[in-house]
Design a protein around this ligand. Structure first.
Ligand code: ZN
Length: 344
């Protein structure tokens, strides 16, 4: 008798539960149905709790019935839950369509500074001619920056490039020529190097001056090196960096550490030498200083000038970059304005 009542009671609960699950319109009402039948105080849970009042011999059978009922409800709840999830996903896919024709968001990628581009090109040319690229200290002894380069304490050349002194003996180097001395100290000829790097002068900032800029120094020491080697090397460099038709011209000049010394001009690559605004109607543009290494500079390093000769050259890297990219204000290279830098 009891069993029958229990069965009927269970059936009534199941009918109501299945109806409510079936009619649930969304996951929220579905959850309400779950709570009201399977929750802590749910109807089916209550039945399970009342098992203690059932006669011991009937308990297993009733327990089994209740568990079967719970399994059916759980399965049905899961089915409907999946149904709602699929509906949500379909809706999401329908509303969040992707327009594949829209341009993608490109990540911002930086690139080399025009100075670096110019330097890489200079390096490439000289490495191709068998030169080594060497580095030297930016904080330098007065000795390496001046004296060892044939510029004694009272030499007028020292005034021209008065620099930032750290103390009586240390300064920020005014020229990469100091690297020549370090190389000659460490290395026996043959020597064939370029030394790019930052140099400092106590100059005011304007369109062509800066207290900090870059030079590329070159040094060759070997047997039977003549001024013809210097000319050939630098003419080839000029052609590679400014174009095949570039001509070069050497004007006598004075540098304390070379003898004879010269300044090298290249034919204006804008007008081909006819004269234009770019070359200030000269047809020529000054590029670098050069000369045969002064015998005294070699002697100071213990190199016999009768056995070995050499040539050296030095150029301003910014000047090369400005000319190459036809920029007329050096300050643009340092201001780091991305609108300017993006153009390279
Ligand atoms: Zn010109």
């Amino acid at each position: 008798m009891w069993r029958k009542t229990m069965k009927e009671k269970l059936k009534a609960i199941m009918d109501a539960a299945l109806k409510q699950i079936e009619e649930a319109a969304d996951s929220e009402t579905l959850n309400d149905a779950r709570v009201s039948f399977l929750g802590k105080k749910g109807e089916l849970t209550q039945v399970l709790k009342s098992l203690k009042d059932v006669a011991p011999e009937d308990r297993p059978k009733v327990g089994q019935l209740v568990n079967e009922a719970r399994e059916i409800l759980e399965k049905k709840l899961e089915e409907r839950k999946r149904e709602f999830e699929k509906k949500m996903l379909d809706l999401k896919l329908a509303t969040e369509t992707i327009d594949v024709t829209l341009p993608a968001k490109k990540p911002m990628i930086g690139h080399r500074h025009p100075n670096t581009i110019a330097l890489d090109e200079v390096k490439k040319i000289f490495i191709g001619m068998g030169y080594q690229v060497v580095d030297g200290p930016e904080i330098e002894y007065d000795y390496y920056n001046f004296e060892a380069l044939n510029i004694p304490a009272n030499h007028p050349a020292k005034d021209e490039q008065d620099t930032f002194y750290i103390n009586d003996k240390l300064l920020l180097r005014t020229q990469t020529s100091s690297v020549q001395v370090h190389v000659m100290e460490k290395q026996k000829p043959p020597i064939r190097i370029i030394a790019p790097g930052r140099v400092f002068r106590s100059d005011e900032v304007d369109a062509t001056h800066s207290p900090s800029f870059h030079q590329v120094e070159g040094l060759v020491i070997d047997k039977n090196v003549t001024f013809a080697d210097l000319k050939g090397t630098l003419a080839e460099f000029a052609r590679r960096i400014f174009g095949e038709d570039t001509k070069v011209k050497f004007r006598p000049h004075h540098f304390p550490f070379t003898e004879p010394s010269a300044e090298m001009d290249v034919s204006c690559f804008k007008c081909g030498g006819k004269g234009c605004r770019f070359c200030k109607n000269e047809g020529w543009i000054e590029i670098l200083g050069c000369g045969m290494v002064h015998p005294h500079v070699l002697e100071m390093r213990g190199i016999d000038p009768k056995e070995y000769q050499g040539f050296a050259f030095g150029m301003g890297l910014e000047r090369i970059a400005l000319l190459k990219y036809e920029v007329d204000d050096m300050r643009l290279l340092y201001e780091n304005d991305v609108r300017f830098l993006r153009q390279f």
